[in-house]
Design a protein around this ligand. Structure first.
Ligand SMILES: N[C@@H](CCC(=O)N[C@@H](CS)C(=O)NCC(=O)O)C(=O)O
Length: 210
């Protein structure tokens, strides 16, 4: 019995699919209807009360939500896959810091940017809310771009292969303006292009953005 991933096209389940693929875990995928489908959604909220994807069900039935918790679980459960530096190492602390940074700030900021109506009771202010969120998201990308200037230059953030953090940035870059990224975050833009060239990730990209 493998894992079960609840997800939907063009959502945060993309990075979990990528991680499951890279670690070679057996899993089945269950598509969760969009938020508009109230009736079907009621079934899913029994699994994740927030109604959000992704949710990963461990083979023992444990429900895991929140992208970084899922990714860190897979990194620890499949250590030979090298999805994160060893637990307890300084490198792992660095990795987890930035994973949490992007999850807490950028992912949430992108939600405000893309669906501002959900974050206000005054729809007349939605455009301004979205605009402010764009600036907020970009400020956080610039902080990480500056951080990379102090890191050893390599294809990946933490070593010889893609880590969960590499996968998370690969996913987030599908939601940021590519021209802005190239002009303002050359290291991250180059990283995104390298990640998109990886054969193992191509089917996941096609499933979400093909
Ligand atoms: N903090 C959650 C956020 C997940 C999230 O916002 N998922 C969105 C899709 S990208 C979703 O399911 N939205 C549907 C809803 O909120 O009703 C995580 O990291 O997994």
């Amino acid at each position: 019995m493998g894992y079960v991933l609840y997800g939907r096209r063009q959502t945060g389940s993309m990075v979990v699919e990528a991680a499951l693929t890279l670690v070679g875990a057996a899993y089945s995928f269950r598509a969760v209807p969009s938020p508009a489908s109230v009736e079907k959604r009621a079934v899913y909220t029994k699994i994740n009360p927030r109604g959000q994807v992704p949710a990963l069900i461990h083979p023992d039935g444990t429900v895991i939500t929140e992208g970084p918790a899922i990714l860190n679980h897979l990194a620890d459960a499949f250590p030979e896959a090298g999805l994160a530096p060893p637990p307890g190492s300084a490198q792992r602390a660095w990795h987890d810091r930035w994973l949490a940074f992007f999850h807490a700030n950028v992912y949430e900021g992108m939600l405000r940017e893309l669906i501002p109506d959900r974050y206000t009771t005054d729809a007349s202010g939605s455009a301004a809310l979205s605009e402010a969120a764009t600036a907020y998201v970009r400020r956080h990308f610039l902080i990480f771009e500056a951080e990379l200037a102090h890191r050893p230059q390599g294809d990946f953030f933490c070593g010889a292969g893609p880590s969960a953090l590499d996968l998370y940035l690969w996913m987030l870059c599908f939601w940021i303006d590519a021209d802005w990224l190239a002009a303002n975050c050359p290291r991250l833009a180059a990283h995104w292009h390298r990640m998109r060239e990886r054969e193992a990730l191509a089917p996941v990209e096609v499933a979400h953005f093909g």
